[in-house]
Design a protein around this ligand. Structure first.
Ligand code: DLL
Length: 439
């Protein structure tokens, strides 16, 4: 059979578009999008009127800061149909966020919206080395969650043989990886780590599966976790980012350089703001990520505050893409724990654990006892380090307490627990219990 040369880009004319041309495209799309929401969504019109701005004030992308922000609270207020910008007969699907509290966010799609979204996911798959020759196992959940549907659609567009396993049934996942020779795996990084762990237990190593790449996202993960997964599975692990409000996975994706995710800027315009003041910050500064969907029609998002904290960088990339890059989000502004007045991100704890030979199996519990915050971290020992010798365990716990103090600046009680005692997740991992919020 003739070899099909792997493509570098799915849509080269877009992905390598010169900066000036890209800005012109963004300007044209923004003007149209603002007119579209003004004409069709009273909720947006109200927000704009309150800010004293009309579509006549928006001549191009430089005018974007005149527009009001949209927040998660707005989406809850407008639930379910209040932000719909197309008649229902043009809408063909909904997806919904995985949040368990409050009203869910329900996002609507026209067929064109789905097409655009699948293109974004196809770009990610091609950037990870995918082509029509690949077998792509999609182990993100299918259903209301966008992970399964998005990567499935992208995989079809690239022409991969798609295995829609959805999440769960770990034994079957491994059987398919092996029997059907999957070369690309798509799932959350925590589930990839769990699959790797299960493979190891079965005595399987990287040579037992032909997998070459993983496309992992939907939750924060560290560089240390990436290295762990890459070594266990013998693959290159690529990050992918997105959120339901903006369609799902594929808002941004990593290329072979693995140094930040290229934002699909022809569809999504990114800004970084100070989460407290709303001031737009220069590129390279850490802040809250804000997105405007430039051409999504059923559920347009104008200056949507994601609450994800990260940094944007425009730099020449070795892959040739011209799109802006975003760093791995270091957490959500609403994930950030404030313990004894100190900001703590779960990712900082994860970095310490992985650097010290543990895996990303941990549970953080924050509580308030006698008006003082407490921070407890259950950490699983790996099978290799497992011991029932109490003095060995206590020595290891002390080492961890010291390392965490160095990273966080505060004391955390550490409890080493036996291997596999912390519940594994098939989708997004639950890593924090904040009991202070429960009372
Ligand atoms: O998680 C969409 C998705 C599916 C992305 C599959 C990637 C792969 P939601 O459930 O709406 O959508 O959650 C969106 O998840 O605001 C981030 O806080 C977080 N998130 C998504 N991707 C990443 C990532 C999907 N690569 C929320 N790194 C976002 C860190 C991520 N956090």
């Amino acid at each position: 059979m003739p070899m099909i040369a792997p493509k570098r880009y799915y849509q080269p004319e877009r992905e390598t578009m010169p900066a000036e041309q890209l800005r012109e495209l963004q300007s044209r799309l923004l003007v149209e999008q603002v007119r579209h929401v003004w004409d069709n969504v009273p909720y947006y019109r109200d927000l704009m009127e309150k800010k004293g701005v009309t579509p006549d004030d928006i001549h191009g992308i430089d005018d974007i800061s005149k527009l009001p922000f949209l927040s998660k609270a707005d989406l809850r207020d407008a639930y379910p149909y209040g932000l719909l910008a197309e008649p229902l007969e043009k809408c063909v699907r909904i997806h919904s966020t995985s949040g368990t509290t409050g009203r869910r966010v329900v996002a609507f799609y026209t067929q064109e919206d789905i097409d655009l979204w699948e293109d974004c996911c196809a770009r990610a798959i091609v950037a990870a080395g995918g082509s029509a020759e690949d077998v792509c196992q999609v182990s993100y959940g299918y259903g209301l969650f966008t992970g399964g549907a998005g990567l499935d659609g992208g995989s079809h567009k690239v022409g991969c043989l798609t295995i829609p396993t959805s999440s769960g049934s770990t034994e079957r996942q491994i059987m398919f990886l092996q029997d059907l020779g999957a070369t690309i795996l798509c799932c959350t990084p925590s589930y990839a780590a769990y699959l790797g762990e299960t493979m190891k237990e079965k005595g399987m190593g990287p040579d037992d599966i032909p997998l070459k790449a993983g496309i992992f996202g939907a939750e924060a993960w560290t560089e240390e976790m990436r290295r762990d997964i890459e070594n266990t599975m013998g693959i290159k692990a690529y990050d992918i980012y997105g959120l339901t409000e903006l369609s799902g996975p594929g808002v941004s994706f990593e290329c072979e350089a693995q140094s930040g995710m290229h934002i699909n800027e022809d569809h999504f315009y990114a800004e970084i703001i100070d989460p407290n003041t709303g001031e737009v910050l220069p590129e390279g500064t850490k802040g809250e990520l804000v997105f405007t969907s430039l051409d999504k029609k059923a559920f347009p998002m104008i200056r949507y505050r994601t609450r994800d904290i990260c940094v944007l960088r425009r730099e020449k990339c070795s892959c040739g893409r011209t799109f802006l890059k975003m760093a791995k989000p270091m957490g959500r502004s609403d994930d950030m724990l404030i313990v004894k007045g100190v900001n703590v991100f779960p990712s900082q704890i994860e970095t310490v654990l992985l650097n010290m030979g543990y895996q990303a199996n941990y549970l953080i519990t924050v509580d308030r006892v006698n008006n003082s915050d407490t921070l407890d971290i259950d950490v699983e020992m790996t099978p290799e380090m497992f011991s029932d010798n109490l003095s060995v365990i206590s020595k290891r716990e002390k080492e961890l307490v010291n390392a965490l103090k160095g990273m966080l600046g505060i004391y955390a009680r550490v409890h080493l627990v036996s291997p596999k005692s912390i519940t594994r997740s098939e989708g997004k991992a639950v890593r924090v219990i904040d009991k202070r919020k429960l009372v």
